[in-house]
Unconditional design. Structure first.
Lengths: 156, 156, 156, 156, 156, 156, 156, 156, 156, 156, 156, 156
């Protein structure tokens, strides 16, 4: 590619860290999808299914983008575990509203890291990666909006 | 459900262990899909993409089956890492033929564990889980056949 | 067919009784779908619509299976009324949560009777009917799971 | 709605009676579909399947129309049995031509009752229900035409 | 057309007033769709999206019907504002249940005006416009039913 | 059917005459579609194709409606020729604008005859035929609108 | 086009005569489709519907082919009536088997005339028209086969 | 695979014999489809076409299942001829009712052999092959039901 | 979101103003679509229909983008009227060429305001909104191109 | 049909011989598809699957063409075995490159025989069969091209 | 293939020359599509888009046909430029009517050359290439018809 | 548009040069697609078909973008030949691996020129063209990745 070796290293590093978070967030979103309960069961079960599908749809595109800029990408469950910054939640029971709040924060953290990766792409002149990140950030902000509003009580 | 508490515990345990292996195998299959090289690049890249999709398609069905029998299922990347029996392969470079051979063996191990889970379902009278496993075993044996034949040289 | 006259009689009898319950459960599910109320109106209205469609989709397959094993199947509304074991609920008003709870129990009863029919098929060597029942049991257990979780309050 | 309490009562009453007949006719049509025999087996089996599907497709629309005018609709198999005017036919064997003739008469009776319901809607100013009934009458007259011509012998 | 000049004037006038209300109701429905909040967020967000789509689907048909009877139809946002009878609601925050109640009333007002337009078509012999209005009234009464039941508390 | 012998005779007569006109108009519309010329060739060629398809789509529905009310319908090209009131135009060359104007008038005549048929249905209580005619009149008035506006010059 | 004026005249003449027969056969096929009766009603009703659709599908292609070779094509019902060689059958009642036999003969006559048209195309070097006729002859021979076999009794 | 060498040999042997019968039955079903005659021509022609497609759809799945259990499958027309147990019927003319009766018996024989193969799979622990056979037996029993009822005369 | 309160205010303000213009332009485009006349009627009627659909497709995306950045969006017809900068045109008759010219200018103004909104997003670091605006500007420039070329006369 | 008895006999004979070869080639192509091995496994497995589907798609069309010209067609596996000229290959192991080479030659032989059949159709004036054969020859030559190029080594 | 070396050379030569013209005509058609102007802009822009798509759809089929007869086909832009006989038109501005007239003549020239290629195929016994050319000639003559009629003024 | 005359000139110039390269690369990709040989024939034939389709899909979008910014675009094969920087390769035989290597380099050159065009767009404030280029660069880098990996031997 037309990118420098530095660009390959920095962009790959940033995207792989984002990818690890995406996998971790996917598992947590499905975790809550599978263990949802309460009168909103079906509605939230479907909400997290849709968000899970949207999150999963990013994985192959992020990984293949790393390959296109000349880097190597994630290789295993263990590799994800070492890179992920979004924490696991293995609790036996999580209250439905707490599920939504925790995912809202996790998506917020993901959006922040995507923005940092975008800055790195900008610095390194990788305009194609930057363009893809813009779409993913928009989607992430949509997930945050849904999770935020579903957690609001009255005009707060 | 009509199943005993023992059945819930044993079937859930067996299916969750299988599920962890499915996630681990999915990541490895994608790992090799992403890092394939050599003159067969496109052919093997597509082969592993198809196998990856088939493997991934099982995950939600296995997890929801655990929920239907009254158990709890996987919750996180870390949870997978603790339960998986299929080993990670984080090597920088793997020869294409070695990739196919390793996946053939991993799928073989998965088929074996699915058979064990099937026995547990049979013992516990969980005929619906058993029926689902029969389809997944057939698919796994198809992946093994493809990987086996692609690795044969002459009439060996 | 290769089945004995006894098999035809016993399998037909078991499947027709299950079929009568399926029709009775279908009507009750639609009853609650049509008369739903309260803040969860749309969500539960849709839930029961999906469950109603899944229940209805079984009817033709069960009836035609009876014909394939050489038996005669249901003939009328009155015939259903005489065979059904799932009780009607003609109350003017049913609380939404009570609707879900009642359907959960009715589906639980249906699953039990499908298991009994499965045993009869096994004894009579009718492996094709048994295989179909396994899928229908899995679907019924899914409906139970949804109705159960939607009725849970907190970690109970 | 803009309809009077009288309109709600009369229109609901007429539509619910029609709905009970539709369910009874559906079961009889399927009964004959399942127990058809003779050299025209496939042709008549399919004819009654198509008619059964067309009849069934009305059920949800009729019931929801009752709800839209503010009434309550059918609740159970027993409720249908109490309201239906189309008689059951539980005979062990019915000659194929007799099946078609009986359904032709039953559809004729249904068309008549739909016309009566249409008059009630007209009187009560329920123009939307009336419009729906016009389509259902047209479909019913089509079923009658098919059943009539299939029963004709020569230029009679 | 075969209609008199009076018919063109009166039918066009009635349909254009209805059309202005449809646009005003569309904007309000989307307003509440965009600013929904609380634990029912996704469910109500989708409900209003579906209702908004159904309302919007009428606009072109109403306007083109006016053109077919020889009249001129709406021309601008300002034109809508001058004709609309459904009031705007520009409040910063509206409680979710109040949103549903307000839309229920607005749809009720719309149904009433569609009935008045139907009477005018009847008087002027415009049977085609009348037939279209019957379908739109049925749809409007369905929206009212959904909004009414979602606002009910207990057997009230 | 529930219609009287008079109704069958009068409704059939009116619908068959309309059907003959529909066939005649179809042929003329295709005639002009095939022999269109000039700078608007493609646009008018497509316009008449769309109108021809819409006109043809009525033929089977009109004829089968006659059969449903118990009458006999058209039998041949010669039968059409004897009943049609829309005149043929076998001229070697017709100016494109004259084509549109002639079709506008022919569609106008058709709409008038459909209205007359609608009156007969009303008198005879054939509410299903009347309902179908309302849709066909709306479509015919749409064709007239298109042909009229395409023939306007300036604000005339 | 590259064809001579003679070719335009002769090919157009032959195709227009075939087209008139196609329209006449279409009407007769629909006539019998609409007036079918007897125990095979649905089967033959569908058979003639399929054949009618296949026949109708030729009309636009034949007419446009005439235009492509530089000729003018059919203009009206009356034009068809003057050119058609397939006779009308306006009888009040035709026996179902006689319907099939008459259509078999009419299709046979059509196939013969298509072959004659093919010879003319061959002579005039119009290879594209010839190629289209080959497909239409194959379809016509299929209709003949169906009508012939449906009329056979025993090994005759 | 996890199966023993004995299992591979016995399951492959049983499935290959079934596969040879499937091919032989496919050819005979198409033979009768191609040479059907008499007033039921279209109905039976379609019936055998549908059955032929269902039978053919099994071939690749059976053959690939043999490969998945580690065996070799059929190789040629001659190979089929040597293994098939369903007899050919090369008669010049077969009466339509005799065609249906012969196919009913052939399908009955096929169902029996599939049951035997199922027993072998059960003994050898090949649960995936067994599961597939259950579906194929159900389909075969459906073909038998259709062929049986089409051959019944009166209440026999 | 990661945006500052200033960003929320400025981006929301810019996007809401653009959204008001989009609604105003949508109504005007439909106005001209409904009142088109002259020999180009169908062609321009379709052109404005396509442009209207493209313009309308933006509305929900713009409004939801405002919500994702934490702002409130448009609430009513009156709100649009207060914010819109594209002027209404309520003239009784507009010449077709003048319609195209006026829309060309209005789209030009819209493109300019989208560019201004893009600058604000850039300044505020809202890269996702900026990315969406780039697509909408491209679409707007396409509408301008079509309207410009359709208004050209000769090589001017 | 318009064909002579000689034409029926000669064309049927030629097409039936071609059909027998098509079935034999289909089985051999599937044989190699099922028993493929080596590093090109997936690629060649798919190649032969596509070719097998294309070959199979001819069978019904060839057989029905024989029926349309008035002949009888193939009846059984044994009938195929007696007429086929393409030899079986029942070897336990065939080298992948030898598979491709053998199929290339078999397809070459098939193309030759199709050309001979085409000559017979030409002589007998069966232009419709000839036209169908032209398409099948083109497809066969495409299979040959693929198999030839896949077997080339360097610029040979 | 069964063709002689002469056939390969002559057919390839003729088809490659036609292919070069097809590419040249494609570029010119798109050139005029891109640079269209005037009141017919949209209509002609779409006309040339449809024609361009139809022309482009031939390219792969022609080239692959050359390969199937054993020849080599076009290799580059330069290769096209050396073989094309349809002249480029790089003028800055072309009047819309002149565009249509020039394309009409170019398509006429292409049709002529396709006929010459057809003669060569006939002489060389390449019946499959000849059959394909017949379809392409028909399509070309359709493009000519459209372009001719769009250029006619009055009855000229 | 809102762009300056300089922007129109510079952006058009850059995009037209890129477009000429795209057409040249398309022809070369198809050249190698058509003349591929060797054991990887099908795999590489398909690879280049996919890449060819992706490359071709850009052509209309690039050309229309030039028109939207107010420029003129390519007009002919000769125009492409004069602007293209990707060299033709008219060699009689090219080794498959050399084909892939040459295309990898050509795509690399194209990506570079797209980046240069992107810089020009940035300078001239043409944000919409820039956004489109980002997607095309990503696609081009994907083609390079595939071609690069397919050419790797071992861990080089």
């Amino acid at each position: 590619t037309a990118l420098s070796a530095d660009a390959t290293r920095d962009v790959s590093g940033a995207l792989n860290a984002v990818l690890a978070d995406i996998f971790a967030l996917y598992l947590k979103t499905k975790n809550f999808h599978w263990h949802m309960s309460g009168p909103h069961f079906r509605d939230y079960h479907l909400l997290l299914d849709e968000q899970g599908q949207q999150i999963f749809a990013m994985t192959d595109d992020v990984a293949e983008r790393v390959r296109k800029v000349g880097g190597a990408t994630l290789r295993s469950i263990g590799h994800i575990a070492r890179l992920q910054r979004i924490p696991d939640n293995d609790a036996d029971y999580v209250d439905p509203q707490d599920m939504l709040a925790e995912l809202r924060d996790d998506n917020g953290a993901l959006a922040l890291r995507m923005r940092e990766a975008h800055s790195i792409c900008d610095e390194q002149g990788d305009i194609a990666s930057a363009s893809l990140l813009e779409t993913w950030i928009d989607e992430t902000e949509r997930r945050i909006w849904f999770l935020f509003e579903a957690g609001r009580r009255g005009n707060a």
